[in-house]
Design a protein around this ligand. Structure first.
Ligand code: FPP
Length: 250
């Protein structure tokens, strides 16, 4: 278990998994008298830069919240633009990501996507499945409550099939049915744009994440801002329920 992030000779223990809410695209565009979609386009460039930074820092997992279960409520034109951006972004980036050994995974409910987007997602996942570098999780039509709910359904099916006794169910059983059971949970959560909310992102998995909020809007979140988030993380003492003295003794 990783408890402390204190400075070591070779730097600090980096987070294994960084989860990001890329917020503020709309405001970034508004400040420039541009349409909201221009903010999303600029946001995609920031996402690309942060992938690069994660590779540079040997981060194991980066998860980006690209579209929430609730984002369907946005104007139809914006939703359609975001879906197109996802599709064209994948088409444009997949070869580079593959060359960089990035394994791309998607989490969320795919049932409302177009056939073409669903099939592109599947192609990208298949192409990169054996890559051994950064795992890039893209959360689309994702919600933390949806994730827990689909895990509960799977567990209920196991109970009905007699595979597990309901009285023996533990948090670990449920966690095995969440979206990425084989990967570490986020150590560092970043949200841009000054909002201090988790907004139904990985509700279960963020239980012990260090939270970093910055007022910088996502399209302005660059390598230097990423370093600031890592520096914030480096100063945190991770206690996981222990008290500080116990950690010092060990
Ligand atoms: C929130 O900003 C951002 C989104 C809902 C979309 C995020 C999508 C991208 C950055 C592009 C796609 C990225 C990938 C990795 C495929 P907002 O629109 O809520 O901004 P506002 O709060 O200022 O209005």
């Amino acid at each position: 278990m990783q408890r402390r992030n204190e400075k070591k000779d070779d730097g600090f223990t980096p987070p294994q998994h960084i989860a990001v809410i890329m917020d503020g695209n709309g405001r970034w565009a508004k400040h420039r008298f541009m349409p909201r979609v221009a903010g999303h386009r600029a946001g995609l460039e920031s996402a690309r830069e942060i992938v690069k930074q994660c590779i540079k820092h040997n981060i194991k997992v980066l998860s980006l919240f690209a579209f929430s279960s609730e984002n369907w409520r946005r104007p139809a034109q914006e939703v359609s633009y975001l879906m197109d951006l996802l599709l064209t972004g994948l088409e444009r980036e997949v070869e580079v990501l593959h060359k960089q050994q990035v394994q791309v995974r998607f989490i969320g409910d795919r049932s409302r996507f177009s056939d073409i987007l669903r099939s592109k997602i599947q192609d990208v996942e298949c192409l990169t499945v054996n890559n051994t570098g950064l795992v890039l999780i893209i959360a689309v039509d994702y919600g933390g409550q949806w994730d827990i709910c689909q895990a509960a359904k799977a567990l209920a099916r196991d109970a009905v099939a007699g595979l597990v006794n309901p009285d023996d169910i533990t948090p670990e059983h449920l966690a095995q049915h969440l979206s990425y059971p084989d990967l570490p949970h986020p150590d560092l959560f970043i949200r841009t744009s000054g909002e201090l909310r988790i907004s139904n992102y990985m509700l279960w998995q963020l239980a012990y994440a260090e939270l970093y909020f910055t007022s910088v809007l996502w399209p302005d979140f660059n390598a230097a801002e990423f370093e600031k988030a890592l520096a914030h993380y480096a100063q945190r003492e991770r206690r996981f329920g222990y008290c500080s003295e116990q950690l010092t003794e060990s």
